[in-house]
Design a protein around this ligand. Sequence first.
Ligand code: FES
Length: 202
Amino acid sequence: MNSDRRDKSAGCGAGCDEARRAALKICAGAVIGMVASPRDNAFADDPTRAHPQAGDRLVRADADSGVNTPLDLASLAVGDKPLIAYPFDPATRTVRDGSRLNRVLLIRLDPAGFDERTRARAAEGVLAYSAVCTHQGCDVTEYNPTENVLFCFCHFSKFQPAHGGEVVGGPAPRNLPLLPLRLEGGQLVVADTFTSRPGATL
Ligand code: FES
């Protein structure tokens, strides 16, 4: 790794190299998986692959299958590590985990630091960003509180969560898409579609 890479990885902490290797492995498979194929058409009507829709709830991506408890405001406190979640249709109890592009990173921050467009899409400080890097599609799972950025281990792109997922470092060519949220009975509810197309920029 050259010195430039080392600088960009500042803040990763111990285990960064190992995490990066794992992320790159996932990324390689993810990019292959995101290339359109005739098989995709066969799943066009599959509700698990449908994009997040207004009214969807969110459930943890690591929940045991069959245990789909919609996340509420109490699920996340300011300062907690991000949670990775999938949209969930409460009417049919369908988890939309058939497409990796539906993965979202949930984080709760102090909304006082948000710009106006971001505040309008947050629920009491909870933000839902696409968990797929807009560079080459690696997972975005981490938050660095020192820099106040979400980052991708693969090539160290950084995204500013308080400002609409704006790219503030690394090779990512597009902002991280934001999924607008609202609250209903304390539950986190999807209010609209992603602000832009999730996934790698091929
Ligand atoms: S895939 Fe995220 S920085 Fe390259």
